[in-house]
Design a protein around this ligand. Structure first.
Ligand code: ADP
Ligand code: MG
Length: 261
């Protein structure tokens, strides 16, 4: 600790020439690490603040309470909130000989989060030329996720939930990394703006041939008006898996967990 995440920028020249081979090796390790994972599910939305992390954490706990072995990877490197929701914010990762072992959060959910790698509240900082920081940042974040997925020994899991940042970039990177396209669970709030953003996410998922699990409509009894959940369900031929009110009870999550099997 902390886990040393190398960025492309830090690779030395001889390393850099072997980059293709390094990535191929990592991809093989990643496939081996995920061999005992029954299902990889990414939680996506188009916008931030709609409750992706909230849904990921509570769904994970409900699945665990129903007897499933569940892991959560917080793949939102700049706003890692899942750790706090799983009450594992201060848990440290155990770095072993050749693997990182997940922390254990509420209800036995296994968790790996950037929050566990970072000092409290400190933004993830990558070294790189300032003028190109935007480019480096994207590459470095993709690299960090690739290394985490290749390094974490989850053990046997029924389901691994990946909490993604808003937008589609991380999803597309994951599709290039994972042995098979991940299943996609989308989260929206009722508004037309959220619907339009989630539509783009669902289109990207369809293009990548990811299995679409359905739509979770969140904050349905709040100030947000609209029919985003129903609209998206019709448009993509997928179920509305749950309509989540403000401050839902555990029963709400149990029903959602049951629908996912
Ligand atoms: N149904 C809900 N009831 C109560 N609070 C919620 C609900 N959904 C989300 N929140 C809260 O709203 C905020 C934003 O949710 P979050 O999961 O961080 O969004 P995202 O991951 O999509 O950016 C968080 O503080 C979260 O705890
Ligand atoms: Mg989030």
């Amino acid at each position: 600790m902390p886990l040393n995440i190398r960025t492309y920028h830090e690779l030395t020249e001889p390393d850099r020439s072997g980059l293709g081979e390094q990535i191929a090796t990592q991809r093989r390790r990643l496939a081996a690490r995920l061999a005992a994972v029954g299902r990889v599910v990414v939680v996506m939305s188009g916008k931030g603040g709609v409750g992706k992390s909230f849904v990921t954490a509570h769904l994970a706990r409900a699945l665990a309470r129903a007897g499933r072995a569940v892991g959560v990877l917080d793949a939102d490197l700049n706003g890692p909130t899942v750790a706090g929701l799983l009450e594992a914010g201060t848990a440290r990762l155990v770095v072993g000989e050749d693997a990182v072992l997940p922390a254990t959060g509420s209800d036995g959910v296994r968790l790996v989060s950037m929050a566990q790698l970072l000092a409290d509240g400190q933004p993830l900082a990558f070294k790189g030329p300032p003028a190109e920081s935007f480019v480096w940042r994207g590459a470095a974040e993709a690299g960090a996720i690739r290394e985490l997925l290749a390094d974490v020994a989850w053990g046997p899991l029924d389901v691994l939930l990946l909490d993604l940042p808003p937008g589609m970039q991380r999803f597309l990177e994951l599709c290039d990394l994972l042995p098979a396209p991940p299943a996609v669970l989308t989260v929206t709030i009722p508004t037309p703006e959220s619907r339009d953003a989630v539509r783009r996410a669902l289109r990207a998922a369809t293009e990548r041939r990811s299995p679409l699990l359905g739509v979770v409509e969140n904050m349905v009894d709040g100030p947000f008006a609209g029919t985003a959940g129903a609209d998206l369900a019709v448009e993509f031929g997928v179920p509305v898996l749950a309509r989540i009110p403000w401050h839902p009870t555990p029963d709400t999550w149990a029903v959602l967990a049951g629908r996912l099997g």
